[in-house]
Structure formats: structure tokens, C-alpha cells
Design a protein around this ligand. Structure first.
Ligand SMILES: [Fe+2]
Ligand SMILES: [Fe+2]
Length: 143
């Protein structure tokens, strides 16, 4: 499907994943790792903004399962941001951060969005609403 929400988000997820890998690889060069981490943080925050403010807020879920899914996704965003803060704190003190939590949480989260949540959204939404979401997402996500 051309220009689907799934496709845009999948590309974004890959980019975000590559950034956290790069932070980890760059250590023990803490100064450089902090620079890459800041890029990762900014991109992750923008990504969550697009998901929460552009997609979920315009999407009125039709079943209680969908509302529950959005609720779960929002909670996972909070957990991921919390792990991100922990890493930021370690990096600021030149201490080796623990990347395993954020990597696992991101992987599970992204798998659900890529395989289930966004494909379903692409299938269910009418084209006009989808177009609005994609246009707005693209204003935030520069490719
Ligand atoms: Fe998400
Ligand atoms: Fe996402």
C-alpha cells in the first residue's frame, strides 16, 4: 500500500532503533554518545507526539479492544520514556547505561504497532482521515 500509515511508522521505527544502537556502539566515547543520544531522544519524542497527538486523537476507536490497545500503547510510551531518562542520567555522569530494558521494550512495542495496530488502522480508516493523519505526520517527521 502506497503511503500507508504502517509504512511511514515502520520506517520511523527502524530509524529510531538504529539511533539507540549507535549510542550503544559509540561508548565509551561519552561525549559523542551524548550527542547521538540527544538526537535519539528528540526523534523518539517527536515520534510519540505524532502517534499520540496526530493518530490516536483523530482516531475514534470503534471497539473496546481498540481503546484498550491505545491505552496499552500510551502506557508503554511512558515506560520507554522512563527508561530513556535513566539512560540520559547515566550518560550525563559518564556511567555505562543499561540498554537492555529500553531495547526490549521498544522491540515489543514496535512489533505490536508494525504488525497489528497500524495495519489494522490502515485497513479500517477512511482515506480522507488517513490522508489528514499522513500529512500532519509528515509535518513533524522529516524524511
Ligand atoms: Fe508507539
Ligand atoms: Fe511507534
Amino acid at each position: 500500500m502506497k503511503n500507508s500509515i504502517t509504512e511511514i511508522m515502520l520506517r520511523e521505527h527502524k530509524r529510531i532503533d538504529a539511533m539507540i544502537e549507535e549510542v550503544e556502539k559509540t561508548l565509551p566515547d561519552f561525549e559523542k554518545a551524548r550527542q547521538i543520544f540527544n538526537k535519539f531522544k528528540w526523534n523518539l519524542e517527536k515520534h510519540f507526539f505524532v502517534e499520540e497527538k496526530v493518530i490516536f486523537s483523530a482516531y475514534s476507536s470503534t471497539t473496546s479492544n481498540e481503546s484498550e490497545d491505545i491505552f496499552t500503547i500510551l502506557k508503554e510510551h511512558k515506560d520507554i520514556l522512563w527508561s530513556m531518562k535513566k539512560i540520559e542520567q547515566s550518560l550525563s555522569k559518564n556511567l555505562q547505561p543499561n540498554f537492555s530494558n529500553i531495547k526490549k521494550d521498544l522491540k515489543d512495542h514496535v512489533n505490536f504497532e508494525d504488525r497489528i495496530f497500524y495495519p489494522r488502522l490502515d485497513e479500517e480508516l477512511d482515506d480522507n482521515l488517513k490522508e489528514v493523519m499522513i500529512d500532519r505526520a509528515k509535518e513533524v517527521i522529516k524524511e
